[in-house]
Write a protein that binds this ligand. Structure first.
Ligand SMILES: [Fe+2]
Length: 429
């Protein structure tokens, strides 16, 4: 065999090992790109920065790296080392390709499988707004009490909202009895709208958890107008598909074009829902521009209330496992709070942290109500300078009444007992 022919056969082997490595790299990249494109996935990587998640990205580089290493080994007198490394690279390529294809198939199929029916609830379609019971009464009786603004009339709630967050159906550590009592209390209160600010389920890719949540909601608050908002746990591993199927079914729409962020005309107030899961991973240029335009166009005679899963200012603790700071949010404060302050947002309500807290900073008021049954967060080791009141290891919800002049915040425990009240005069023009 001539030296030229041997050279050409070796080149073919090199090509082969490179092709195997490139295929593995491309399939791995496709899987990671798909994963990253899912709602909240980038936050998942950041806030649960495990070796496993990092290795999903790095593993695609291993086979091609091994393939390239065979090149200098070809120059050795003995061909055995390069031959062994070629085979190691090919086996690694096969393993990485199989893992990547398997994970990609899981990410596509798992969240779409299982039987989930559209919710039999009184779901609020964001584009249709909220019709307050006070407005209906006003229209039906044309009472003079609605015509002017005297001191007594100022006290009348024009809009009654209930808000809670972080129920975490589907995990044994969540408090099912507190969750049930809260829903019973909200049903008895009969608000104009109930906002469930996310982390409805522990893992959004599991249909069994969604069905548990639906079973309770349909049994306990079938008639209360409800608008569930997606949280980081709901979005886990493609959970956005179940969320949309259940809570944003066909025929629903929003003024942003997104099922995750929009504004809602609630008559006496403008409500803005933001897509904040772990932090700002979904707060790209599109959502930011939309928020700024919406705030610019807001009716100055009405209070602006922003709702989102993730919080902004908040007391909390350093995560004992990952070291992440679960307090005064280092992403949402610089990215979003300047817009709240510039355009005079009155109140921001969120969950994510499993506390009840009231805060105020630069004229914007904040409430955290992550207390619908998810396991309580540990006692805070960091207290936000913005904090005015806080309850730790409590379950409950927030009633928010909008009058002609005030926002009245009533923090309640799971029994419905008032544990804290705040009155915020809003800036009407
Ligand atoms: Fe949560």
């Amino acid at each position: 065999m001539s030296s030229q022919k041997r050279q050409s056969r070796l080149t073919a082997q090199q090509k082969s090992v490179l092709i195997w490595g490139l295929v593995a790299l491309l399939v791995c990249a496709a899987m990671n790109i798909y994963f990253y494109s899912l709602e909240g996935a980038r936050g998942f990587y950041l806030w649960y920065n495990t070796r496993m998640l990092r290795s999903l990205i790095l593993m695609g580089l291993i086979p091609i790296g091994l393939a390239l290493l065979t090149f200098p080994l070809e120059k050795l007198k003995s061909k055995l080392p390069s031959r062994i490394l070629r085979w190691v690279s090919i086996v690694a390529s096969a393993v990485v390709t199989l893992i990547s294809v398997g994970l990609l198939a899981f990410l596509i199929i798992a969240p779409r499988s299982g039987t989930i029916e559209p919710a039999k609830l009184n779901l609020i379609d964001p584009s249709k707004g909220i019709i307050a019971q006070a407005t209906q009464t006003q229209a039906s009786i044309s009472s003079p009490q609605w015509q002017g603004a005297t001191t007594g009339q100022d006290e009348q709630p024009l809009l009654r909202l209930s808000i809670s967050s972080d129920a975490h159906w589907g995990v044994s550590t969540s408090n099912a009895s507190a969750r049930t009592e809260i829903l019973q209390g909200i049903a008895a209160h009969n608000p104009d709208a109930f906002f469930l600010l996310g982390d409805i389920v522990e893992n959004g890719s599991q249909s069994v958890s969604w069905n548990q949540a639906l079973g309770d909601l349909e049994a306990l608050i079938p008639r209360v107008p409800i608008r569930p908002v997606m949280g980081n746990h709901d979005a886990l591993l493609g959970g956005q598909y179940a969320y949309k199927k259940i809570f944003f079914p066909k025929g629903f729409s929003s003024n942003s074009g997104s099922p995750y962020y929009y504004s809602i005309d609630a008559g006496a107030a403008q409500i803005i829902v933001l897509d904040m899961l772990w932090g700002t991973e979904q707060f790209g240029k599109r959502q930011k521009d939309w928020l700024e335009k919406t705030l610019q166009a807001a009716d100055p005679s009405k209070p602006v209330i922003v709702l989102s899963h993730c919080y902004y200012y908040g007391s909390g603790y350093d995560d004992p496992t990952w070291g992440q700071p679960w307090y005064d949010h280092y992403q949402t404060i610089p990215a979003v709070v300047p817009l709240f302050e510039k355009y005079g947002v009155d109140l921001v309500v969120s969950g994510h942290n499993h506390y009840q807290e009231y805060l105020e900073h630069n004229g914007v008021h904040y409430a955290i109500i992550g207390a619908m049954g998810g396991i309580s967060d540990p006692p805070p080791t960091y207290f936000s300078p913005a904090s005015k009141w806080m309850a730790v290891a409590t379950f409950g919800w927030l009633d928010l009444d909008v009058t002609r002049t005030e926002l009245i915040l009533s923090f309640r425990n799971e029994k419905g007992e008032l544990i804290h009240e705040e009155r915020i005069a809003f800036r009407r023009q």
